[in-house]
Design a protein around this ligand. Structure first.
Ligand SMILES: [Zn+2]
Length: 274
């Protein structure tokens, strides 16, 4: 309701401004017309963002200058995967991450394509497995495909062989089904121990990716620190059974919050490299 009234005011203001323009000096008006002519020969303004519920365009993320955060090297048996919940950068970007692979809405792929939205999908084989074609399509659109175990078991406290099977097994599955070799891993429920970090490194994982912000039915919640999105934040766009909002709508909510903070979406894989 408030928005409708705001729109009416904005429209009235626009009408008033247009009215003012009619009364300017005729020569000036001619100049203005010429300028408009120049403008109209340019490409039509892209209003795609409106279709996805945004009130302003989503700016392209800056090109990250250098290796922002190096991953642990491929040294099986001698390294632990590092743990990150944000990327230390001043670039005004946040990173959209999605877990499990239960939601396979083709319209979400349309959103990713039309907005050229960088997203990272952490897939669990037993959940995403029946729909890998959907994720192949997303991957073709530029989405990062990352590891979220074979069976979504809580890993902390489990013996090494079991943890290794969950992680390495999904590495193998994602390579055979989607042709990718993930370097990032998110443990189910965000819980892990040192064994997890060792098993992950042994499976070729460079970083265990948690999140500082999560989109929940109650809105954005933060695991620590300031209760607003900051440059470099990793955002989990979590599942939502209670409000019935689609993955697209939840994504739009995150993007609106980011835009209110002068931020855009960046590609996590451009920052976590190695
Ligand atoms: Zn999960």
């Amino acid at each position: 309701m408030r928005r409708a009234r705001g729109l009416a005011v904005a429209l009235a203001a626009a009408v008033l401004l247009a009215g003012c323009a009619q009364s300017v000096d005729p020569i000036e008006r001619l100049g203005k017309k010429a300028a408009e002519g120049v403008r109209s020969r340019g490409p039509a303004p892209d209003r795609t963002y409106r279709r996805w519920g945004l009130s302003q365009p989503l700016p392209r993320p800056p090109r990250p200058a250098t290796r922002t955060l190096a991953l642990a090297p491929h040294t099986a048996g001698r390294a632990l995967a590092r743990v990150v919940d944000h990327v230390p950068t001043r670039d005004r970007v946040v990173f959209l991450t999605y877990d499990d692979g239960a939601e396979r809405d083709p319209r979400f792929a349309d959103m990713v394509r039309e907005l050229r939205l960088p997203v990272s999908m952490f897939l669990t084989d037993s959940i995403a497995g029946p729909g890998y074609e959907h994720f192949a399509r997303l991957h073709a659109l530029g989405a990062g495909i990352q590891n979220h175990t074979l069976d979504h078991r809580a890993l902390a406290g489990q013996p090494y062989p079991g943890q290794r099977t969950e992680i390495c097994g999904q590495q193998d599955r994602l390579r055979s089904r989607l042709g990718v070799r993930p370097r990032l891993f998110r443990p189910p429920y965000g819980t892990y121990d040192t064994t997890t970090l060792r098993a992950a490194a042994d499976c070729g994982i460079g970083a265990v990716v948690l999140w500082r912000a999560a989109m929940t039915p109650a809105g954005l919640v933060y695991t620590r620190g300031e209760h607003r999105l900051l440059p470099g934040d990793i955002v989990l766009v979590g599942p939502d059974e209670s409000t019935g909002l689609t993955l697209r709508e939840r994504t739009t909510r995150v993007l609106r919050s980011a835009q209110r903070g002068g931020l855009t979406a960046g590609r996590l894989e451009d920052y976590l490299v190695g």
